[in-house]
Design a protein around this ligand. Structure first.
Ligand code: ATP
Ligand code: LTN
Length: 335
C-alpha cells in the first residue's frame, strides 16, 4: 500500500463543471507531482453542501469529477482517489477540531466573506466552519504536502495553526502540512472579466472554458474574450489584463515562456492570437476528453476503483482518528 513516500493530499469541490483554471491550477500539477508522493485526491462532496445543490445533478457531477480526475491521467490504482463523504472520519475529526478553532480565526477567512456576499440568502454555519473540515481532510491522512491555488493558501495556514495548537497540547499527533503553490497557470482569469478569477460557478458560460467543451465552443469563447483596444500581443498584467491572461493560458498549454509567445505573435493581431489560443487549448484537452468518454462507458471499472480506494482511505483515516480520540480523552471502544 502506501507509506514509503511523503503524503500528498488535495481535492476539489463538486460544485460545477471543471474549467481550464482547475486544470492548469490544480489537475496538471497533481499529475506532475504524482510520481514523487503517495497521493490522495478527494472529491470534496461534503464541502459542496455549503451551497444548495440539486441532489440528482450533484450526484452526477461528483461522479463526473471522479472520472475527470482519472481521465486527466491520475491512475486510481496508484493514487487513492475517493469520495470525502464515504469516509466518516472527515466529519468526526472536523467536530473535534471545531473545538480547537477560534471564531476570531474563522472571522478572518476571506473565502467566507466572499461566499457570504455571494450567497447572502444562505450564510450557513457550514460555510463558516468550511476551513475546519478542510483541515480535517488534510490532517486525517498525516499529509506532508497540499497543492492548492493561491486562493486556498489562507485555509492551509489555519490548518497548520490548528494542527500546531493540537500538537502543543497533546504531543505530536498531526504532521504539519506544507502548501505547494504551482507556478505557471496558477491563476487563470475569467475570459469576460480578466480582473476576476475563472471559476466553475460563474453564471456566464462564456467566462470559462470547461474541460468538456468541444473545439468549436472553445474557439468561439476565446474569440469573444475581453481584451483591450491595443493590438500588440504583450505580457503586461496591470495594463493589459485580458491579453496577459491569454498569454498565460497559451504559454501553459504549449509549454512556452511568455517571451516566446510574444515573439511568435510579433506583428500579428489579436484575431490570429485568439484563434491560436483556442486551438492550443482544444488540443491540450483532447486526450482527456477522449479518455473521459471511454471511462464513462466503463462503469464497473470505476465502481471497483471507488470501492477499493474508499476502503484504503477509511483505513488510513481511522488510524489518525482513533489516536486523536484517545488523546482528547474520549472513552475507548470495547472490541
Ligand atoms: P467555485 O467556483 O465553486 O468556487 P473554483 O472554480 O474556484 O470553484 P475550487 O473548487 O475552489 O474551484 O478549486 C479547485 C482547485 O482549482 C483549487 O486548487 C483551486 O486553487 C484551483 N483553481 C480554481 N480556479 C482556478 C483558477 N482560475 N486558476 C487557477 N487555479 C484555480
Ligand atoms: N477548499 C478547496 C477544496 C478542498 C481541499 C481540501 C483542497 C477541500 N478540502 C483539502 C486541498 C486539501 C477548494 O475550494 N479548492
Amino acid at each position: 500500500m502506501f507509506h514509503d513516500r511523503k503524503i500528498l493530499y488535495s481535492g476539489m469541490q463538486a460544485t460545477g463543471n471543471l474549467t481550464i483554471g482547475n486544470y492548469l491550477g490544480a489537475l496538471k500539477n497533481w499529475n506532475s507531482l504524482n510520481e514523487e508522493y503517495d497521493c490522495l485526491f478527494g472529491v470534496m462532496d461534503l464541502h459542496s453542501l455549503t451551497v444548495r445543490q440539486n441532489p440528482a445533478e450533484f450526484r452526477q457531477r461528483a461522479r463526473s469529477l471522479y472520472t475527470l480526475y482519472v481521465a486527466s491521467g491520475l491512475d486510481p490504482e496508484k493514487n487513492c482517489i475517493y469520495f470525502q463523504s464515504h469516509v466518516s472520519g472527515h466529519a468526526e475529526l472536523a467536530w473535534i477540531l471545531d473545538c480547537f478553532t477560534y471564531m476570531g480565526e474563522l472571522n478572518r477567512m476571506t473565502q467566507f466573506k466572499d461566499k457570504s456576499a455571494k450567497h447572502a440568502d444562505n450564510i450557513n454555519a457550514g460555510l463558516y466552519t468550511y476551513p475546519v473540515l478542510m483541515a480535517a481532510d488534510i490532517l486525517l491522512y498525516q499529509s506532508d504536502v497540499v497543492p492548492v491555488g493561491v486562493d486556498q493558501k489562507q485555509h492551509l495556514e489555519i490548518t497548520r495553526d490548528i494542527a500546531g495548537r493540537f500538537n502543543g497540547i497533546y504531543g505530536d499527533v498531526f504532521t504539519i502540512p506544507e502548501p505547494y503553490i504551482g507556478r505557471q497557470g496558477a491563476h487563470v482569469m475569467s475570459l469576460q472579466n480578466p480582473e476576476k478569477k475563472m471559476s466553475k460557478s460563474d453564471e456566464n458560460p462564456n467566462a470559462s472554458v470547461y474541460l468538456l467543451d468541444d473545439t468549436d465552443t472553445i474557439i468561439r469563447k476565446f474569440k469573444r474574450a475581453v481584451t483591450d483596444s491595443d493590438t500588440q500581443v504583450r505580457y503586461a498584467p496591470e495594463e493589459k489584463p485580458g491579453i496577459s491572461n491569454l498569454i498565460e493560458i497559451y504559454a501553459a498549454a504549449e509549454n512556452k515562456t511568455f517571451e516566446e509567445v510574444e515573439k511568435e505573435f510579433e506583428g500579428k493581431g489579436y484575431g490570429d492570437f485568439k484563434l491560436a489560443v483556442g486551438e492550443a487549448v482544444a488540443s491540450m484537452l483532447k486526450p482527456m476528453q477522449e479518455k473521459y468518454k471511454e471511462l464513462s462507458k466503463e462503469k464497473s471499472y470505476i465502481d471497483s476503483r471507488i470501492k477499493e480506494n474508499d476502503e484504503k482511505a477509511q483505513y488510513m483515516a481511522d488510524k489518525t482518528l482513533r489516536k486523536v480520540q484517545k488523546k482528547v480523552g474520549l472513552t475507548e471502544r470495547i472490541r
